[in-house]
Design a protein around this ligand. Structure first.
Ligand code: OGA
Ligand code: MN
Length: 293
């Protein structure tokens, strides 16, 4: 078997065949996956029935892991998965779907907004690696938008205007957008805003991309309403259908995306049905801009 990649979206998204992710990754295979990621930004692997251990081993073969998000509003005894996973499911520790008004569910609905994973951390994420164990009868797609094409499609004046802009990102800002305001002091302390450049350069390809995320809640030096209106316009531009690959999940799928050059969002599904998806995350190379103390 040798790896082949077929384009599945509009310049974003590739489907990979000819690899069994349960087996240790060869250096050649790892190189092919990284090259595929640089080109397609999202890679889909079908029929990969991995265990959690195999999922972790595969992830580590691609780079160092990020520890799970400090704030997912799950208490330690409520964790279903090891802390090296982000539990993106709608399930409690007994594998039952959260009640519709469960605070943990409402917080996780922030994933329905276009975002880039861990943009609220000083060193944001590189790849996210998400695997599906059960999926609902309808809905629940994940959509991916190409921030390279979105950047390229901006007019020259806008490109010049945003070149050196820096945004503040926090999970407080993404949740505020869906009317989730209540956080304890301890949660707020964990969600203090961090700074991110609005334009990034990909270290492997040299391509520029728009670094947008629902977590962005302001632009340094700009009045707040003007910043939010401007970011909203950029979001609308960047998420046009011509830049989007929509992934329809099957059990056994594993999808990798590059958070440095894409945004993604989850789509709605029936609240009473199980959707078990689990994510490992590779840590990025460094901050996009200097932080302030
Ligand atoms: C994620 C995420 C969306 C989804 O795993 O980071 O945002 O469709 N997922 O589950
Ligand atoms: Mn996400």
């Amino acid at each position: 078997m040798s790896i082949a990649i077929r384009e599945v979206g509009p310049g974003i998204g590739g489907e990979v065949t000819g690899i069994d992710l349960r087996q240790p990754l060869s250096g050649e295979e790892a190189a092919a996956i990284h090259a595929g990621m640089d080109r397609h930004a999202v890679l889909v692997f079908r029929d990969q029935p991995l265990t959690d251990e195999q999922h972790q081993a595969f992830s580590r073969a691609l780079g160092p892991l990020e520890e799970a998000i400090a704030v997912a509003l799950r208490k330690p005894e409520e964790h279903r998965l090891p802390t090296s996973f982000a539990d993106v499911s709608n399930l409690d520790q007994d594998d039952r779907p959260f009640a519709r008004d469960d605070r943990r569910r409402l917080f996780s609905l922030g994933n329905r907004l276009w975002h880039s994973d861990s943009s609220f951390k000083p060193v944001p994420a590189k790849y996210s690696i998400l695997r599906a164990l059960s999926i609902p009868s309808k809905g629940g797609d994940t959509e991916f938008a190409d921030m390279r094409q979105a950047y390229d499609a901006l007019d020259a004046e806008t490109r010049a205007e945003i070149e050196d802009l820096v945004c503040e990102h926090s999970q407080i800002y993404s949740r505020r957008q869906i009317g989730f305001f209540e956080f304890t002091e301890a949660e707020r302390a964990l969600m203090r805003p961090v700074r991110q450049r609005l334009v990034r350069v990909h270290p492997a390809t040299g391509r520029k991309s728009l670094y947008l995320s629902a977590h962005a809640g302001g632009i340094i030096g700009w009045p707040q309403p003007e910043a939010m209106a401007f970011l909203r316009d950029l979001m609308e531009h960047a998420t046009q259908r011509r830049f989007v690959y929509a992934h329809r999940w099957q059990v056994g799928d594993l999808v990798i995306w590059d958070n440095r050059q894409t945004m993604h969002r989850g789509r709605p599904f029936p609240a009473e049905e199980k959707r078990d998806v689990r994510r490992t995350t590779l840590v990025g190379d460094g901050p996009t801009v200097e932080q302030v103390a």
